[in-house]
Design a protein around this ligand. Structure first.
Ligand SMILES: [Zn+2]
Ligand SMILES: [Zn+2]
Length: 241
């Protein structure tokens, strides 16, 4: 019997698909469970303690209520902050796929990891995604921060609420300097009136770069009576990475 290479390849591939029904989100290797394979995990850098108790910036020493230089200088807006991964060459495809790569299916897995690693001392009543302007949301088909917020809501049993709207369609932050980033998002968000305003919330976004967007959201939330604002992001840009 003559078995062509293509038929053999298809046979092996369907056999592997039965044993390994998923593909690694990063390298596409067949894997047993939905998510990231061991080799890709080994290349990712998870954030870890000790960190600034306001913004999650890594610190060389441990201590409760200790702040990084930046938060000390500005007087901290956040009551706590956490990012799952350092934004590195290894994690970049994951973050960019969620943002621009039409890969909303990876959000629940990543949201679960974010939720399970949150500081249990943070008592937030609701989860608030950083909103996209409606035009951008329409073009992308989804808000990646909204998908992460929804996933975190499942694992923390707190509701996800849309408390903010983005009324200015600001240009993408990508190539802007830190001061232009701040100017770009200042006053871009508006608080939506709800029947019950929670007293503490967890803000969720895909990536923390300079923090300008999250800070603009936190200012708007605090201005409208929310006392405690924590944040969680999937990735975070650290200068030293
Ligand atoms: Zn992989
Ligand atoms: Zn800080």
């Amino acid at each position: 019997m003559h078995l062509s290479y293509e038929a053999l390849r298809r046979g092996v591939s369907s056999f592997l698909n039965e044993i390994y029904p998923y593909q690694c989100f990063l390298c596409k290797t067949p894997v047993l469970d939905e998510g990231i394979c061991g080799d890709c995990w080994a290349r990712l850098t998870l954030t870890q303690e000790p960190m600034c108790s306001a913004c999650g910036y890594p610190l060389p020493y441990q201590g409760s209520g200790i702040h990084c230089f930046q938060c000390e200088k500005e007087s901290p807006l956040f009551d706590g902050g956490y990012s799952l991964l350092h934004y590195t060459e290894a994690s970049k495809p994951l973050i960019l796929n969620l943002k621009h790569g039409d890969a909303p299916h990876i959000a629940p897995y990543l949201a679960k990891l974010m939720a399970l690693n949150l500081n249990p001392a943070w008592k937030f009543e609701a989860i608030i995604p950083v909103p996209l302007h409606w035009k951008r949301r329409f073009l992308r088909g989804y808000n990646q921060a909204g998908l992460l917020a929804k996933g975190i809501s499942v694992w923390t049993s707190r509701p996800h609420l849309s408390l903010l709207s983005r009324f200015r369609n600001t240009p993408p932050q990508g190539n802007l300097t830190p001061s232009l980033r701040k100017k770009n998002v200042d006053q871009a968000f508006e608080f939506k009136k709800v029947s019950h305003t929670p007293s503490s919330v967890l803000l969720v976004d895909d990536v923390y770069t300079t923090g300008a967007t999250l800070k603009a959201c936190a200012r708007e939330l605090k201005k409208n009576g929310i006392q405690n604002v924590y944040f969680a992001t999937l990735g975070r840009v650290f200068k030293e990475d």
